[in-house]
Design a protein. Sequence first.
Length: 236
Amino acid sequence: MRTYYDIQLNDRTIAKRELEGEAVVKAGRYLIAKTLLDLGAATVDPLSPQNPLIFSAGPFAGTSFSNANRTSVGCKSPLTGGVKEANGGGTFSYGLGQLKIAGFTLLGASKSWVVIHFRKDGSIGFDDAAPYLGKGNFEANDMLHAKYGKKVTVALCGPVGEYQGLLGGIAISDKDGRPSRLAARGGVGAVIGAKKVKAIVVDLDKIPPFHEAKKVNASIKEYAKMLQADGIVTNF
């Protein structure tokens, strides 16, 4: 079972729903396209509060399964006007998975710049983002780690996203905590900037429970052996 959140930024109300089975598996592009259609995003201005911004993690997020921790970020694209799914590596979905979160949708727009904090106790905080505005990604990232600690992962709106530049992406923490992985296609950084969300911080915790944990662990090991036996992978 995984939790999905719908977050109204204008009044900071949160709707929580539990997902099971197939609903957890249908993450990424499918979830993004379906959500945008259900919410009528085709008719909205991409940089208006009415454009949903969706973060989606896969069913094995939170484990060491290779490629299981990529993050799908979606919205109506301000560049193309169509459905956009920007896919980024790093540890953001690793953190979401460890908190048993399947994803979340940001709705509306915050009145002031905010940092959203997913805490490992299950609560969600909204903190003032003013100290981080105008900073480069690495400087802002260092400041965020100074406040929230080392055991967190971050999705960050950079300076280009702040002024809603259409080439803006969302910087995601790599395994060393650096904001070096990017969900960059389609102008998703401009959309998070339009919502005045400077950063999303997720606490790191532990590998989440699975229905058949032994089978999951065996599959992780088997897949890792296959990758290590592949010459292209090892040479790369």
